[in-house]
Ligand binder design. Structure first.
Ligand code: ARG
Length: 559
């Protein structure tokens, strides 16, 4: 049950919607005053009264009942105390009934959300810079599914452009079939790097010709290109598997080759296309933006042209309610331009396109850029994290079974959690020691808490149940309240496109559970207290599993 909703339904303020009241309700840090609170400051203007007077007046109109045990007005806040035993019994019963689907909802109502994420580039390194888009996009995918949306995950492959002419040229000059087969994407990438370093003028000309050949459907050129593409996909799919990331479509830029002309025609018909120095552009100076380039002077299309075609194709194919682009903030302008052009074309749905921008990830030694050749492959980071996790486990718990499997869950979880713990727009510096700390605000800490809860349940051999009239102690009630807040947290994460809400929630719940765990006897407690504490432990384990699952992180039974 959603307690915020329960409270919001009971408060009437003229001119303020239930939804606005709902989102205004807070969980005070100190539950001495109340378990929920409505700050009345923002209503002062509408009601032309002081916040204190509003709180006083509202207090009279909200009677206490079997759920709300006390209502008070203090300093402009309307505070609610919840009937503790009722809340505890209801929450634990709900979790035990819903289990893996606790926190889910049907608010999505089957509406379709397209999510464009990861979107790797063929023959280029899948590097640490792709971490955020991959795990953020995947988490948003899982979160939306959990909320009843129909989700389409799209990997908008970077598989179009003159670089592929260069690549084929390099392969023709220096490549060896067997070596490329063996070296896979790394070998292909080396050819590309070598081309950029060593290619002569003649080779540059040749490369342009190869690009033209791909475009015109030449068999050999396309075969080589498709081969490079499949090597790339084979490679990235292995990493997606480790990260638990999936896609419904791999329609990349090249897929739009034959879908751009109708868009160009439509732009022209609508009088939006202008010539500028031989190129075709859409002028956006009225909107304080540089022009959006549609065709270069040599007639070649651009990244934006393909994104216009892709957006229209997605709308026609999926009739999305929203289409999210999980792409770094460096592309802010690109998406502003593309969205604006679609709006000018009269696409009313342009407002449903959302650029979910995120910050950069770098390593502690500053490595990350491709340009300096200092590129760090994502796979290396994952593997190193798993190795380190393996070493830590070996040290902490040498007799543990299935150490490799557990190390994989912990190491991969650490990488994902590390990337999702902060607000997405922040630049982050990835530190192996930090993400693998058992004590910090980490995935490992949450997983460890799960293992702890699991061991309590295994030792007791019984499933607790919440006794109807059990009155929880302070630390127990903190856990209950955190458990009850999960469904709301999931919704907020979706609304703000912030999986970090769920990551932070998991740490908070784990901390509260550990406080309880340290302060109270569980296995040696008696009667109702024992039953309640076991049920609380099981509910915490389940909820943490659900939370981590939405982020794409598995939970080992033992650690
Ligand atoms: N492949 C692009 C890059 O690495 C990202 C593509 C994002 N999606 C899109 N529809 N533009 O920069």
């Amino acid at each position: 049950m959603d307690y915020k909703e329960y409270i919001a339904k009971r408060i009437l303020i003229s001119g303020v919607s239930e939804q606005q009241i709902y989102t205004s309700i807070e969980l005070p840090p100190n539950s001495d005053v109340g378990d929920y609170a409505l700050p009345c400051f923002k209503f002062a203007k509408i009601l032309r009264k002081s916040p204190a007077a509003i709180a006083e007046q509202l207090k009279e109109s909200v009677p206490s009942d079997e759920i709300i045990s006390e209502v008070s007005a203090v300093n402009g806040y309307l505070n609610f105390k919840i009937n503790k035993s009722g809340l505890a019994a209801r929450t634990l019963a709900e979790i035990s009934a819903m289990r893996g689907s606790y926190g889910s909802s049907d608010i999505g109502n089957g509406k379709t959300v397209c999510i464009d994420y990861s979107s790797v580039n063929v023959a280029k390194p899948f590097h640490i810079g792709h971490l955020s888009t991959t795990v953020l996009g995947s988490a948003l995918y899982k979160i939306h599914k959990f909320l009843g949306y129909n989700v389409v995950g799209i990997n908008h492959l970077g598989d179009y452009g003159t670089q592929f002419g260069k690549l084929i040229c390099a392969y023709k000059h220096w490549g060896d079939k067997g070596e490329v087969e063996k070296g896979g994407i790394h070998a292909v990438n080396e050819l590309y790097v070598r081309f950029n370093r060593e290619a002569t003028e003649d080779m540059q000309t040749e490369a342009r010709e190869y690009f033209r050949l791909i475009e015109s459907g030449d068999r050999e050129a396309n075969e080589i290109f498709e081969w490079f593409k499949s090597l790339t996909l084979e490679y990235v799919k292995k990493i997606y598997n480790r990260l638990g990331v999936t896609f419904d479509s791999y329609a990349g830029e090249r897929f739009y080759t034959d879908k751009m002309q109708p868009v160009i025609d439509e732009l022209r018909e609508k009088g939006l296309l202008k010539e500028s120095e031989g190129a075709q552009i859409v002028d956006l100076s009225d909107y304080n933006m540089p022009p959006c380039l549609i065709l270069r002077s040599d007639g070649a299309s651009l990244y934006a042209t393909r994104d216009l075609a892709a957006a229209i194709y997605r709308k026609n194919t999926y009739d999305f309610y929203k289409c999210l682009y999980v792409v770094a903030y460096q592309q802010n302008l690109h998406f502003q331009q593309v969205f604006k052009v679609l709006e000018l074309m009269g696409k009313s749905w342009a407002k449903d396109l959302v650029h979910v921008a995120y910050g950069m990830v770098s390593l502690e030694d500053g490595a990350m850029s491709t340009r300096a050749g200092k590129v760090v492959w994502l796979e290396e980071v994952i593997t190193r994290c798993v190795e380190k996790a393996r070493a830590i486990i070996e040290e902490k718990n040498p007799s543990l079974e299935n150490k490799d499997e557990i190390a994989e869950k912990v190491g991969v979880g650490a990488v994902i959690f590390g990337a999702l713990y902060n607000a997405k727009i922040k630049d982050i510096v990835f530190s192996y020691d930090k993400v693998l700390s058992f004590e910090g605000e980490t995935g490992v800490y949450v997983q460890y808490t799960c293992a702890r809860a699991n061991s309590v349940l295994l030792k007791s051999g019984e499933r607790g149940c919440c006794p109807q009239n059990y009155l929880p102690e302070a630390e127990e009630f903190e856990v209950v309240k955190a458990l009850a807040a999960f469904p709301d947290t999931v919704k907020e994460a979706a609304e703000k496109y912030e999986p970090c809400y769920i990551a932070r929630y998991a740490v908070d719940l784990a901390q509260k559970y550990n406080k309880f765990y340290i302060g109270y006897k569980i296995l040696t407690a008696e009667g109702d207290a024992k039953q309640f504490r076991l049920a609380l432990t099981e509910a915490t384990l389940q909820t943490l599993k659900n939370a981590l699952g939405l982020l794409g992180i598995g939970v080992p039974e033992k650690m």
